[in-house]
Design a protein around this ligand. Structure first.
Ligand SMILES: NC(=O)c1ccc[n+]([C@@H]2O[C@H](COP(=O)([O-])OP(=O)(O)OC[C@H]3O[C@@H](n4cnc5c(N)ncnc54)[C@H](OP(=O)(O)O)[C@@H]3O)[C@@H](O)[C@H]2O)c1
Length: 333
């Protein structure tokens, strides 16, 4: 089987440009003993991948220049020489950014495509949903009746988080860029939504929206920059913050100055907790159990933005930084 794959042409800082990616075609080897060959059907592109393109080790190794990149993928087994895997089985792996692969089954998970659409395992039922869950439940410890501000509310983590927080009995204020996205957040159950692109003073707009709900107890940080500044100004005393990501900063050429109001952390006795989802698999079974219940009760909707074809994967990835997605950004092969 032939497979086209996307490779990185160089490590870089600053904005993501199309020339940093190239496409190549290879002949996949037949599976050896203990290996399977898989045709990918869905690929995930995620903001964290940007950090792997800089060329320095953070909590994860950088992508190698000239090699296919890695990322979440679901696909079907084409041929198998591994026990427990048969032709036609659906599997999830980190062998993304490519049409197919042959490899041992370590780190490969079988998924039930009768239970949920296979792409859901890259979204709300996968690490995306788990990220929202860990941030809200473990980092913030959100309680019924409290008010959460969910930033990037129309994105993958944000849209899951709005619905999880509502299912936990909390109030939610969402922020997102543009009318279609704010309407989506409302559809997901957000009590109030602010289009951050349409206001001059984000903090004032969010505080005004939160006033009827008793103010903001917790903030889910996906964005950084002006959102972080506004959150520090807007949280109530003893407010909590799950620091999940800061996408507004990922394409900076050099670190930008931080918020000018960090003293609010002291004055308001705030708690800020950064986290990486992969450190929290101990709560995976709680996540699956809660999510199943919420899904069966009709409390979780999903929406994806889909680019078609492996050659579109770089464009889909770049779209994360321009807000081209509503819900989870995916590539369908
Ligand atoms: N800690 C972890 O383990 C973990 C795991 C997964 C994800 N994350 C983080 O979670 C966040 C969301 O990830 P995701 O996969 O769900 O992506 P996403 O929210 O589906 O997509 C990114 C969204 O970010 C917004 N955005 C991009 N640039 C922005 C800017 N300069 N200012 C304001 N908003 C901007 C855009 O929405 P608008 O159009 O509304 O601006 C865009 O649609 C990211 O920060 C990511 O790094 C962390």
């Amino acid at each position: 089987m032939k497979s086209r794959e996307i490779r990185l042409t160089r490590h870089f800082t600053g904005p993501v440009l199309p020339e940093y990616f190239e496409i190549a075609e290879i002949d996949l080897p037949e599976p050896g003993e203990g290996e399977i060959q898989v045709k990918n059907v869905w690929l995930s592109v995620d903001p964290y991948m940007r950090g792997r393109m800089i060329g320095i080790k953070t909590y994860v190794d950088p992508f190698q220049v000239g090699a296919p990149m890695e990322g979440g993928a679901v696909g079907q087994v084409v041929s198998s020489k591994a026990e427990g895997f048969a032709e036609g089985d659906w599997v999830m792996s980190m062998y993304g950014w490519r049409e197919g692969w042959t490899a041992p089954t370590a780190g490969v998970t079988k998924i039930d495509a009768d239970l949920l659409p296979p792409e859901a395992y890259l979204g709300v039922a996968g690490l995306t949903g788990m990220t929202a869950y860990v941030g809200i439940k473990e980092m913030i410890g959100l309680k019924p009746g409290e008010t959460l501000w969910m930033s990037a509310g129309a994105g993958a983590v944000g849209s899951a988080g709005i619905q999880f927080a509502k299912a936990m009995g909390a109030h939610v204020i969402a922020t997102a860029g543009g009318g279609e996205k704010t309407a989506f957040c409302t559809e997901l159950g957000a009590d109030a939504v602010v289009d951050y692109k349409a206001v001059d003073d984000l903090g004032a707009a969010v505080r005004a929206a939160a006033e009827p709900l008793g103010g903001i107890d917790a903030y889910f940080e996906n964005v950084g920059g002006d959102h972080l500044q506004a959150a520090l100004d807007s949280l109530k005393p003893h407010g909590r913050m799950a620091v999940c990501g800061m996408i507004a900063r990922y394409n900076d050429d050099a670190p930008s100055p931080g918020p000018s109001n960090l003293t609010q952390i002291v004055a308001k006795k705030l708690t800020l907790r950064g986290f990486i989802v992969s450190d929290h698999f101990d709560v995976y079974s709680d996540f699956v159990s809660d999510l199943s219940g919420w899904m069966m009760a009709g409390k979780v909707k999903t929406r994806d933005t889909v680019f078609e074809g492996i050659e579109k994967a770089p464009e889909a990835f770049m779209g994360l930084f321009t807000g081209a997605n509503i819900g989870k950004m995916l590539v369908k092969l």
